[in-house]
Design a protein around this ligand. Structure first.
Ligand SMILES: Cc1ncc(COP(=O)(O)O)c(C=O)c1O
Length: 146
């Protein structure tokens, strides 16, 4: 399974655009380490590409990143990543793209063609009284393919 390979071999995770606080904390506290590219601008993608190139040059035998997390659009900045460019980078450097589409919502944004996994908070739509929590995670077939 591709995820296991990535977990075994990869060196870092990346976060593009300012993520929900806990997402960033989890990435920073556990796992191989995290690059935080917090502006959600195209210049962040240039920086991401430079990081990927550097990591690949350091060790060409392993994928330079495990996964990239981004919100579409981001909360609270409402920035939307250039998903086609991110997908190109993910295919070139073999990392997963995980998109949190809580703010956009599946009804309004179609991010699945670019993602390996799409996550969303359902707490906001269940009842509106903050007395129920829930979440959703959809996996792309890419996520499971060898
Ligand atoms: C983009 C985004 N993802 C995730 C969460 C967390 O959702 P939950 O309250 O269901 O834990 C939030 C909360 O505001 C959010 O804005």
């Amino acid at each position: 399974m591709r995820l296991e390979q990535s977990l075994l071999y990869s060196l870092l995770t990346c976060s593009h655009s300012f993520p929900y606080t806990d997402t960033l904390k989890v990435l920073q506290k556990w796992g191989p380490g995290c690059h935080f590219l917090g502006h959600g601008l195209d210049s962040d993608l240039d920086e991401l590409e430079a990081i990927l190139q550097t990591e690949r040059a350091r060790d060409p035998t392993t994928p330079p990143a495990l996964a990239l997390f981004t919100e579409f659009p981001s909360n609270p900045l409402l920035r939307s990543a250039n998903l086609p460019r991110l997908r190109q980078l993910a295919d070139k450097y073999d990392f997963l793209i995980i998109i949190d589409e809580t703010i956009g919502n599946i009804v309004n944004v179609e991010v699945f063609p670019y993602a390996d996994a799409v996550v969303s908070s359902l707490s906001k739509v269940f009842c509106g009284y903050a007395n129920a929590m829930g979440g959703r995670c959809d996996l792309s077939i890419r996520f499971l393919s060898p």
